[in-house]
Design a protein around this ligand. Structure first.
Ligand code: HEC
Length: 145
């Protein structure tokens, strides 16, 4: 008889422990979900600062169109691009967009800024990107200092 009671007590405590365990697991999981659901700003490796939603899209534009030749912080076949528009020789962001859309035509018009940029580099590449205004805005946000 004592043996049977022992068994029952043993099984009951096993049941209790597993129930408490499951409840704790479910509780922790539900807490995690709550954190995930609040759109926290994402930290992208290597950029060192938080990206806004616009900048986050700009990263895609950059990766698709520019990343084969440019990095943000390191020179590749093209120069590093972080902060280049603010620190460079661009009279305005509009000018930068014009330059990116059709560098060749600016050179042909004897545009002094475009010529000056070209003089800086030995390897010449004529940028010609048919991106929308919005895509340029996103890209500019991403490469801004
Ligand atoms: C096929 C390679 C290649 C691609 C793709 C490319 N670039 Fe370049 N880029 C270069 C090279 C090479 C230079 C330096 C020589 C020159 O300007 O022609 C340069 C120069 C630049 C400069 C001028 C730097 C200065 O001193 O002002 C900027 C700005 C720039 N690139 C931005 C971009 C952006 C933005 C994209 C994507 C939309 C892009 N590039 C795509 C190769 C590339």
């Amino acid at each position: 008889m004592k043996k049977v009671t022992n068994k029952i007590v043993f099984l009951l405590s096993l049941f209790l422990i597993s129930t408490i365990g499951t409840m704790a697991f479910v509780y922790v999981k539900s807490k995690q979900k709550m954190v995930c659901a609040t759109e926290v700003p994402r930290l992208i490796c290597g950029t060192e600062n938080m990206l806004t939603e616009i900048g986050f899209k700009g990263r895609d534009v950059f990766n698709t169109n520019c990343a084969t030749c440019h990095k943000l912080y390191k020179k590749m076949s093209g120069p590093s691009l972080k902060g280049i528009v603010q620190n460079g020789h661009y009279p305005s962001t509009d000018y930068f967009i014009k330059y990116m859309r059709n560098e060749q035509s600016l050179i042909e018009q004897n545009d002094q800024f475009a010529l000056a940029i070209n003089e800086k580099y030995t390897f010449d590449y004529k940028h010609h990107f048919e991106l929308s205004d919005l895509e340029f805005q996103q890209l500019l946000e991403y490469i801004a200092e």
